[in-house]
Design a protein around this ligand. Structure first.
Ligand code: FES
Length: 181
């Protein structure tokens, strides 16, 4: 009778209890891990949503590598470059152009081709009656080499922010003309 009781009690104190614990722990960790993983999946995009506009704003100050410095002459030349834009979910690439030359002191500057009258695109030396000027085909605005407005347009052509680094010309955003005195 005594030995029977012992036999009956012993097993209930031993391994099964521990086994039960460890399985429960295992489940807790696994489920906990999965929940944390799913939560991160839901939260991270939200964080990115909140942070992206800030990054994007910083990106506006970026410079884009456009052309080797050695290719720039006194004569304005047209160069294209690509600007990546992010508008909400929509990513696009805009192709921009700049007229780049170096002035009499060897300083390089870049003009935006957007006419300051109503936004058509100007060209260099494209009107035989007015040589060595920028001319807008829409309503006849004219500008000097430095972008100074001579006719029709109310303001000089904008300039691009510029940076010369390791023999390359980099352009940034447009700003009010810095070349016209
Ligand atoms: S848009 Fe250039 S002259 Fe009007």
């Amino acid at each position: 009778m005594m030995s029977n009781q012992n036999e009956h009690h012993e097993p209930s104190h031993k391994p099964p209890g521990r086994k039960e614990m460890s399985r429960r722990q295992f489940l807790t960790y696994t489920l906990g891990g999965a929940t944390a993983y799913m939560a991160a999946g839901a939260v991270l995009p939200m964080v990115r949503f909140a942070v992206d506009p800030i990054l994007h704003k910083k990106g506006e100050g970026e410079f884009i590598k456009v052309v080797e410095e050695s290719k720039i002459t006194d004569e304005p030349q047209e160069f294209s470059f690509e600007l990546k834009q992010q508008d909400g979910w929509y990513a696009s690439t805009a192709t921009l152009t700049a007229w780049i030359r170096k002035d009499e002191q060897g300083k390089i500057y870049a003009l935006s081709p957007i006419c300051k009258h109503l936004g058509c695109t100007v060209g260099w030396n494209n009107d035989k009656s007015f040589p060595d000027e920028y001319h807008c085909p829409c309503h006849g605005a004219r500008y000097t080499k430095e972008g100074k407005n001579l006719a029709v347009a109310p303001k000089p052509l904008d300039t691009y922010k510029i940076k010369i680094e390791n023999g390359w010309v980099y352009l940034g955003g447009v700003e009010p003309n810095t070349e016209v005195k």
